[in-house]
Structures are given as structure tokens and as C-alpha cells.
Design a protein. Sequence first.
Length: 191
Amino acid sequence: MRQVSLASLWLRLRVAVARVNPVLAVAMLLLLVCVVLLSWLGAARMRVADEYEAARAAAARPAPPPPPPPAPSADQNLAHFHAALGQRRGVERQLKEVFALADRHALVLRQGEYRSSQDRAGGFTTYQINLPVKGRYDAIWAFAFDVLRALPHASLDDVSFRRDAIREENVEARLRLTLYLSATASPGGTQ
């Protein structure tokens, strides 16, 4: 029975094709080919556009930063610390530089207090200076920052201000500076 139904189906198909206008059949076939071709081209165009956008985004993205350098060892940190210390034998010259900076900023320096101590475990000496200063407020700050720039091994530990009257232009200040100095003499010199 199955053979009979296939034969009749084949016959019906041949009759349907014979009834179709050949020009219309060719037009339908061309239309079908065009639809398939256009869908294929559209998909290819979308792929190319996506690749272009991905390449453009990758080019616009900044390059990743280089990896950070390895952390220095404790010995390297200690060597950097000792290299940053001032020279102990040059304390007088450094104090003269502090006083010259005070003169440059038109400040009055009263007699200061000086104290030296040695840190044997750290291998350095500290020289603490307490300076009473009188002058304009902005000049005192400029002096303090100039001292720190001139003596990079110095630290400004404390600053206190006092003004007797509100109308007074000059203020009194007390600056506490510490010089960090090498405990050993520099090559070719003495302690």
C-alpha cells in the first residue's frame, strides 16, 4: 500500500509542476536564492562589525600597568635609611645654614636648646634643636619648610605659636627640629 501512495504523490507533484507558470517558478526560485543570500550576507556583516568593535575597544583600553617592583629587603631598607642620614661631623655647618635661613626670612632667633643622643641599635645619632623664633606667621612657616628642603635628613617635630595681642603682626613660635645623623664618620673624615 505504501508503494501506491508514493506513486500517487509523485503523480500529483508532476501535475502541480506542469500547471505552474515557468516564469513564476523561476521568479520564486530567484526570490528564494536572494533571501538566503541576503540572510547570509547580513550574518557575515554582523560578525565583521562585532570583530571591528571588539578590536576598537581593545585598542582604546589602556595597557595594563607593569608589575610593581619587588619589595626591598630589610637590608636594602636599612641601607637606604643610612644613605639618607646627614653627616655628624657637619653639625656646625648645618646649624649655620639654619641661622642663615632665619636671617633670610627676617626672623629673630633667641638662644635655642640643643641636645644630642645616640641610638646604638639603629646606628645613628639625633641632634634635637628647640628654637624660639619671632617674626611674621607666614615667614616662620616658610623658614620651617626651607630648613626641611635644605636639610633633607631633618624633621620638624613640633611647632607652637603665641601672639600677645591680636593686632600684633609678629608672633612668637617654638620650633623643635631633629637632625638625623650618621653615627660614623664619613670616609676621609673624623667623627
